[in-house]
Design a protein around this ligand. Structure first.
Ligand code: DHB
Ligand code: FE
Length: 287
């Protein structure tokens, strides 16, 4: 049977992708950020998931405001990196996992999540930067990828509660899939940042660190935070952090923190990274 082997949360700052693509990861500005990622890279190299479900948002690249799906699940064989105005990133084409995607679509929709099923889509920095965070610069990505695109661009985005429940339904679907596929769930976006308006440049490290604590230990509580609180505390783009809750819902209530890293700033953004695994099941004893 398929199983969830763990979850990763990471910001998807485009400048991180540009640093990788431009060979700048060892420069003084970026070195601390990339040093802080190494343990996550080691984890994924060790655990080798067959498939990563990447929960991300499109930044008006593939979807324009003409069409705003709340949750859009890719079911394609492959996804081309999107040209975001300065050419597509020089990264490998993303290979899909259509059979598992269709299984997820069926299971989630029968579970009453009204998912938009997408047969053709391109992927922007929201998806490709997390792959660079985890895998560096390979000639081909070492796993298949299922894009799960969440609307956090156009009001109204889904609630944290809905995202957490979606993660729980994804876990149920994966555990009902007969093939022995090992799946990691990657939540992307955040942490605090605001790219527009009077508060552009906002970063709230105190909020972010408390959010990371509670995200691990009390996800139901984090999921209760409403849009206004997230907007006020984490900034307009900081709202992206609700996508991490999909990853959290796909894990058990109790998790081990394999790695946690926080750094300010990375471009305009507070960079956060978490690697989580389910708490190992207790050993069977005979006494
Ligand atoms: C930045 C961060 C984002 O999450 C994004 O989508 C675009 C830009 C930034 O920090 O510059
Ligand atoms: Fe973003």
């Amino acid at each position: 049977m398929a199983k969830v082997i763990g979850g990763v949360g990471t910001s998807h700052v485009p400048a991180i992708g540009a640093a990788v693509d431009g060979g700048k990861t060892q420069e003084p500005y970026w070195k601390p950020v990339f040093d802080g990622m190494q343990a996550a890279r080691d984890w994924i190299a060790r655990t080798k998931p067959d498939v990563c479900i990447v929960v991300y948002n499109d930044h008006a690249s593939c979807f324009s405001l003409a069409l705003t799906p709340t949750f859009a699940l890719g079911v394609a064989e492959r996804y081309q990196p999107h040209d975001e105005g300065y050419g597509p990133r020089p990264v490998p084409v993303v290979q899909g996992a259509p059979e598992l995607s269709w299984h997820l679509a069926e299971s989630l929709i029968l579970d009453e999540f009204d998912i938009t099923v997408v047969s053709e889509m391109t992927v922007d920095h929201g998806l490709t930067v997390p792959l660079s965070v985890l895998f560096g610069q390979p000639t081909s990505w070492p796993c298949q990828v299922i894009p799960l695109c969440v609307n956090v661009i156009q009001y109204p985005p889904p609630t944290g509660r809905r995202c957490l429940k979606l993660g729980q339904a994804i876990r149920k679907a994966i555990e009902a899939y007969p093939a022995d596929v090992r799946v990691a769930v990657i939540g992307t976006g955040g942490l605090s940042h605001q790219l527009q308006g009077e508060r552009a440049g906002l970063i709230n490290a105190e909020f972010d660190n408390a959010w990371l604590d509670d995200f691990v230990a009390a996800p139901e509580q984090v999921a209760q935070k409403d849009h206004l609180e997230l907007l006020r505390e984490a900034g307009s783009e900081g709202l992206e952090c609700v996508m991490w809750l999909v990853m959290r819902g796909a894990l058990q209530a109790e998790v081990d923190v394999v790695h946690r890293f926080y750094h300010v700033p990375a471009s305009n953004t507070a960079y956060g990274l978490l690697v989580l695994e389910d708490v190992a099941p207790p050993l069977h004893t005979t006494t």
